[in-house]
Write a protein that binds this ligand. Structure first.
Ligand SMILES: C[S@@+](CC[C@H](N)C(=O)[O-])C[C@H]1O[C@@H](n2cnc3c(N)ncnc32)[C@H](O)[C@@H]1O
Length: 227
């Protein structure tokens, strides 16, 4: 999570994929949803794509810097908290209901996704989310031997199916770069480095020299749920 705070300003310039993904999540939200809870709202990827009037938009993000970059407004409430904490659901939002809970490019870092989904499913009968899955940076993982830390899409689908009737879609994206150094700079600055940061300087250098593709790979799972 610190990664996002440190790169909060850079994130605005390096979040090409996340912007595209947030737009698609918003396309899964019915326009009659007027009260929205956004988990891991960041600098407003979701909010900025909503072009209809809302009664209330609540965003939660554990990074103070990201919260400060989120658009403000009369109907906008930004809460600087960790959405994995039960207290968010048992106390803070206990008596509230939302037309939909959404989240984009964030839930893949949950330590216990099943608990978080269980918790937020109490607040709304609908959800629309995107989650990066384990084919993201596939070639980097294949050649470096690093452990994958992103979830397998099947596990995520199963978790959501326990609480919602779901429709899901997997999308694979390729982001092209002129050289390998720019790819690794992108990974660092976009806040999606995950396991790659565990490599030593020497290992990273070797990986940069040997990376065989002129693009980075991403796997994103979109889920639309209703009860
Ligand atoms: C890749 S950014 C996506 C931001 C935004 N949803 C978008 O689509 O542009 C992920 C965000 O999730 C937040 N985040 C990750 N884990 C979180 C947690 N457990 N509680 C609250 N925020 C979290 C990070 O601080 C970061 O701002």
């Amino acid at each position: 999570m610190k990664e996002f705070s440190k790169n909060a300003k850079n994130y605005e310039e390096y979040n090409i994929i996340q912007k595209k993904v947030a737009k698609k999540v918003v396309s899964l939200i019915d326009r009659d949803c007027k009260t929205i809870l956004d988990l891991g709202c960041g600098s407003g990827g979701i909010y900025k794509c909503i072009d209809w009037r809302l009664d209330n938009f609540v965003g939660i993000d554990s990074s103070k810097n990201m919260c400060s970059l989120h658009p403000k407004g009369e109907n906008v409430e930004i809460i600087n908290m960790d959405y994995e904490k039960d207290i968010v659901y048992d106390e803070l939002l206990k008596k509230r209901k939302f037309d939909i809970v959404c989240s984009s490019s964030s839930l893949q870092w949950c330590n216990k996704l099943s608990q978080t989904v269980k918790n937020f499913s109490k607040l709304s009968d609908k959800c629309a989310v995107s989650i990066f899955c384990d084919k993201t940076f596939k070639t980097i993982y294949d050649i470096s031997g690093l452990d994958r830390f992103l979830p397998d899409f099947k596990e995520v689908v199963e978790i959501f199916s326990n609480h919602y009737d779901i429709e899901f879609q997997r999308e694979f994206y390729k982001l092209y770069f002129e050289d390998n150094l720019s790819k690794f700079r992108y990974i660092k600055k976009s806040g999606v480095s995950g396991g790659v940061k565990r490599l030593s300087y020497k290992e990273t250098k070797k990986l940069i020299e040997n990376y065989p593709l002129d693009y980075l790979e991403f796997e994103v799972l979109y889920i639309k749920g209703s009860k």
